[in-house]
Write a protein that binds this ligand. Sequence first.
Ligand code: AMP
Ligand code: MG
Length: 341
Amino acid sequence: MTKYYNFKTEINKRELQEAATFLKEGKLVIFPTETVYGIGANAFNPKAVDDIFIAKGRANDNPLIVHIADFDDLKEITEEPNEMEQALIDAFMPGPFTLILKKKNCIPDNVSAGLDTVGIRMPEDKIAHELIKAAKLPIAAPSANLSSRPSGTKVSDIVDEFDGKVSAIIDGGETKIGIESTVVKVIDGIPTILRPGKITPEDIKEVVGTVKIDEHIFKKATGKVESPGMKYKHYAPNAACLLVYSDNEEVQIDLVNQNMKDNTIVIGFKEHQSKIQCDQFYVHGSIHNYDEISHNIFTLLREVDRMHPDFIIIEGVKKEGLGIAIMNRLIRSTSYHYIEK
Ligand code: AMP
Ligand code: MG
């Protein structure tokens, strides 16, 4: 039986303790963060960690991110960061940022999928922070969604996927950012973005002077990759999808209109709604507000999917700032069906 806690307006201390106790006992708890919902387990308990992989149907070579509440936890589970890593920690933790560091042996191999590194994140969301603090444990937590599905950004989207499989689900309302953390590994002295997010390449460059974006961010990964998650189908609705983008707005609108079929849903900019010939138009946000699009995109993909369209066309954004992360997710949602003109 899954317990449901409603912390939308305030945290209930007794229920928070109960959720923390579940984690200590090796059980699974779903909780909100500022990025997306996470499905968490005690990171020191390999059996509990295995249960995450089973609940999600996740490939066991795809490592989990470990969530911590404070910097003492960091010392316990990773080798000492070098100067550049420390600068990134100081600048971006707590926040929507994951740093890959050398792990200590106390982190079981299934958390890191056999790698000698582990991804560390310190959420700034109050519920996530208080839960991890109350559990007094590092919490391994991937996004709360069945593998390959869009990440969960509100509880009603994921109840069907996890009811009965986890001990508790904490409802904190819609997550603020809506897409997952920026994942960074310092490779040969250069901070390398393995997954883009709210913390942008410009943000990182401002702190340490250099930044690199892994070549697989917009490309299908084959063979050996720095981050195993890059290989897997992710964020995908059930219907066939197409992503379109042009620097020229009129060309982009034409691309949508030209590719329209029967029973198509368009997900696009509110400024374009009146120019696109389509009965079923869903707004992902304003052309001037990428935060709005990032917040809406995963829940919208799920909502549209529930309408059972034959085809979904999505308007893309400029690959700049937060737009890099949005396009990374959309390119993968559409299984690389992408036209850019
Ligand atoms: P999720 O938890 O579902 O948001 O996915 C976590 C992402 O972080 C995946 O893309 C993983 O491949 C990546 N990741 C986690 N740990 C590591 C690591 N040690 N090295 C490289 N990538 C990692
Ligand atoms: Mg995920």
